[in-house]
Ligand binder design. Structure first.
Ligand SMILES: NC(=O)c1ccc[n+]([C@@H]2O[C@H](COP(=O)([O-])OP(=O)(O)OC[C@H]3O[C@@H](n4cnc5c(N)ncnc54)[C@H](OP(=O)(O)O)[C@@H]3O)[C@@H](O)[C@H]2O)c1
Length: 292
């Protein structure tokens, strides 16, 4: 069941527009506002109400969702209208750093604003569908009160804890995984193309490697959390040697190998410290120590 709670959406970039459009489609009376007013037009055509100011927008709904570029932009919008937000719930789905999320929560509490921090882990096209992933942190009772309305955005919604920084912590770590993986994939495409193998030809096999990384994650995670690196199967000294071959293969074809060099440097450091016969999860601890 979808509840039809009135919702205000502040920020109509690609993501804010997707959120607002989905609320409209789900039958919520939806009020929208954006710094650049013209971006509201397609939503008004869909049935949203366009407020002339952020203050007017928040007056329309007890539930206010904000989604803009970063927290500096959030603050530029909400600080002048703190009094209008008093007693309402502000769900901040903008991505930024953990400390800024905690500062934002403190600011909201100081102004009598109910505050939920959150992040969206999937692209605009996913919003409203089963693949959308939303994460939240802050007071759980407050989150549960608004969960039925937030569920109208589709996908899965997870509350990760009362510390307002938790959603931002997950967001940063997951985007770290995404961007380092993306660079691995782009580099693999370049290396394959240099040998006359198209990126398209490589892709089915690259998908297998991607799946392998995902499959290895639970075991590596338990070793990283437990500080236990038995080195069964694959050893760091052998992994570092393999990366050396890839650097050689890249540079022989004029391909930039700086990302691989950075990865090999941390594995080499682990070997130099006597961890060569341990498994790759040891590298987590090397990163934590800022080993360079
Ligand atoms: N796009 C995605 O697929 C995706 C996926 C997951 C998470 N996210 C996150 O969602 C958030 C929004 O992303 P986005 O893709 O919609 O586009 P974006 O380019 O990050 O943000 C655009 C929005 O921010 C507003 N804005 C920027 N600076 C502002 C300021 N100083 N004062 C007021 N408004 C300001 C823009 O207003 P104007 O229109 O007036 O410029 C516009 O509404 C980001 O935190 C992003 O990381 C996006």
């Amino acid at each position: 069941m979808t509840d039809k709670t009135p919702v205000t959406v502040l920020g109509l970039g690609p993501m804010g527009s997707a959120l607002a459009g989905t609320f409209v489609d789900a039958g919520h009376p939806t009020t929208v506002w954006n710094r650049t007013a013209s971006k509201a037009e397609p939503l008004v055509e869909k049935g949203a109400r366009h407020a002339r100011s952020a203050a007017e927008a928040v007056a329309a709904s007890e539930l206010v969702v904000v989604n803009v570029m970063n927290y500096a932009a959030v603050r530029a919008i909400v600080e002048p209208i703190a009094a209008d937000l008093r007693g309402r719930t502000l769900v901040n789905l903008t991505a930024d750093l953990t400390d800024r999320a905690r500062d934002m929560a403190e600011w909201a509490a100081g102004h009598g604003i109910n505050y939920i921090d959150g992040a969206i882990m999937t692209p605009t096209e996913s919003i409203g569908g089963p693949g959308a992933v939303f994460i939240y942190s802050g007071d759980e009772e407050l989150y549960q009160r608004w969960r039925p309305s937030l569920a109208s955005l589709g996908g899965t919604h997870s509350h990760l804890g009362s510390d307002h920084g938790r959603a931002a912590a997950y967001d940063a770590a997951l985007l770290d995984f995404f961007w380092t993986s993306m660079n691995g994939l782009m580099h693999a495409f370049a290396l394959a193309r240099a040998e006359g193998v198209s990126a398209t030809e490589l892709t089915p096999f690259a998908q297998g490697i991607g799946q392998l990384t995902v499959d290895l994650a639970p075991d590596l995670a338990s070793r990283a959390d437990g500080g236990n690196f038995p080195g069964e199967g694959s050893l760091i000294e052998s992994n570092a040697d393999s990366m050396g071959h890839l650097i050689e293969a890249s540079e022989a074809r004029g391909i930039d190998a700086s990302v691989l060099r950075a990865a090999k440097a941390i594995a080499d450091k682990a070997v130099a410290e006597g961890h060569g016969k341990e498994d790759y999860a040891r590298v987590v601890e090397m990163y934590e120590r800022g080993a360079f």
